[in-house]
Design a protein around this ligand. Structure first.
Ligand code: SAH
Ligand code: SF4
Ligand code: F3S
Length: 465
């Protein structure tokens, strides 16, 4: 007998961090058993989910302009005799649920990040309800116990959430309010999900958490494990060639994590470690819990353990109270560390956070000037780092076809995209590549002479030299 349930089309748009990308995949997983299959576009879809980010102002503006467009798509769907269920998920939903339903009453469901396992039930309720269904409580049950196993294959590189939420309450940040308290997923759940990802073709897994290195849990040995121990257990999974984790907090880099960088070849030599500022005064105002010198010491410990480690970071220009000399200290810190890449942002006052109401807000003009100076320096460092790879030979993990026919694209250990002319059979394997040149957003290279691709499928053809 064939399945007579009509397939419904689901479109999800995702903004924000990698955890939102992961969450969107899990929402698709939870809706698959009730008949929803992925759609390419919102037009004509039976359900549209906007998975939002609240970290800076523009994110909310983008949501409301998208909701304006979707109002028309929804009316068009109705004119065809269909229905479009419109849901807003993610951190804006959590923070501004009431404003969303007031400003956009055509939204059917508003749901916060801790309620995704309840989505099928909310869809059913929305079809009966007169107004919007709103779920922004932090439920007592753990969503990970109620979400189905991650099913949709993510490809050669995959994300795995191990930790969520934040108890650190930096002065500027909404995350503790939108994601709730710090929570670590149990070891067995993480290892099982990693094995499933590898069975579905993943060769690189990035562990995700708002404070991923605050992760801890009871291991099978009855001891409390930290992230370093978890990484060691993950490194034993056959076929899992590469491990990464993000985002770390400088306060939680313990000795075992540093030792994992020394001991595990699978742990890639690239770490995103946000510092935000190089001024101790500003770091204290931000409630970061560390000084610039603490950060530099942490960098030294990591580089001593793994000399080829490259770093990226996040910076905020113009936090309330930041003076020109404070900003110069940030520039100094950047010069001393030398980053391979970085994200930098103008301070954006977020409602409900302590910094939003603080005295001595920095003028837009000063924020702009500082951000430009910082970004120019960081761009130079990134270019220098990329150029320093030219002529080097190292393993690249191939992830898919390149933009041009006959090309494949992959990732270096330092997360740079690299393309070369080569067969598609390289995808899913790691092979040694010599870098020939740098381009604005990537590197190009040649398979190294005698390069044998490392694969877990022995029947696959070896890569031609
Ligand atoms: N948990 C991570 C950061 C998560 S948010 C950490 O502790 O570092 C990602 C980045 O957005 C932050 O590192 C910060 O640089 C930036 N950010 C957060 N709130 C901001 C705000 N109000 N204005 C400007 N940038 C902000
Ligand atoms: Fe936000 Fe600070 Fe928590 Fe990072 S550590 S998520 S910046 S409050
Ligand atoms: Fe944005 Fe929420 Fe991630 S505010 S950055 S989507 S945790």
């Amino acid at each position: 007998m064939t399945n007579t349930t009509p397939r419904k089309r689901l479109f999800i748009r995702t903004w924000g961090c990698q955890m939102n990308v992961y969450d969107s995949a899990r929402m698709a997983d939870v809706l698959a058993p009730v008949g929803y299959a992925p759609a390419e576009a919102p037009e004509g879809a039976d359900m549209v989910i906007l998975n939002t980010c609240h970290i800076r102002e523009k994110a909310t503006e983008k949501l409301f302009s998208e909701l304006g467009r979707l109002r028309e798509a929804k009316a068009a769907r109705r004119a065809e005799g269909g229905e479009m269920v419109l849901a807003v998920a993610g951190c804006v939903a959590q923070a501004e649920g009431a404003e969303i339903t007031a400003r956009a009453p055509w939204v059917d469901i508003v749901l916060g990040p801790q309620t995704y396992h309840r989505l099928p039930e909310m869809v059913a309720r929305a079809s009966r309800a007169a107004g919007a269904v709103i779920e922004t409580d932090f439920p007592a049950e753990d969503k990970f116990d109620h979400l189905p196993e991650a099913v949709a294959p993510q490809g050669v590189t995959a994300f795995l959430t191990v930790q969520e939420g934040c108890d650190k309450f930096c002065s500027f940040c909404v995350v503790p309010y939108t994601r709730g308290a710090e929570f670590s997923r149990p070891v067995v759940q993480v290892l099982a999900e990693a094995r499933r990802l590898v069975a579905a073709g993943a060769r690189e897994v990035t562990l995700l958490g708002q404070n991923v290195n605050a992760w801890h849990g009871e291991g099978p040995d009855g001891r409390d494990w930290g992230l370093g121990r978890l990484l060691r257990a993950l490194a034993e999974i056959p076929g899992l060639l590469r491990l990464r984790y993000t985002t770390s907090h400088p306060r939680d880099v313990d000795d075992d994590l540093v030792a994992a960088h020394r001991d595990l070849p699978q742990l890639m030599p690239f770490l995103h470690l946000p510092v935000q500022s190089g001024s101790d005064r500003v770091l204290a105002a931000m409630n970061r819990g560390h000084t610039a010198a603490d950060f530099l010491r942490t960098v030294d410990r990591l580089r001593a353990a793994r000399p080829d480690l490259a770093l990226s970071s996040d910076f905020i220009a113009g936090h309330p109270g930041e003076t020109a000399p404070d900003f110069e200290q940030t520039m100094d810190l950047v010069r001393r560390v030398g980053f391979a890449g970085a994200f930098s942002f103008k301070y954006s006052a977020r409602p409900g956070t302590p910094a939003a109401g603080a005295p001595f807000q920095v003028s837009e003009a000063d924020k702009d000037a500082r951000l430009q100076a910082l970004q120019a320096l960081l761009r130079d460092q990134q270019d220098a780092f990329n150029r320093s790879r030219v002529g080097m030979t190292f393993p690249v993990l191939f992830t898919g076809p390149g933009r041009h026919p006959g090309q494949v694209v992959g990732r270096t250990p330092w997360l740079q995209p690299l393309h070369l002319t080569g067969p598609l059979s390289l995808v899913g394997t790691e092979a040694s590549v010599t870098v020939l040149a740098t381009h604005p957003n990537s590197l190009s290279g040649l398979l190294a002479a005698g390069a044998a691709s490392q694969t877990v499928q022995p029947e696959e053809e070896p890569a031609p030299a």
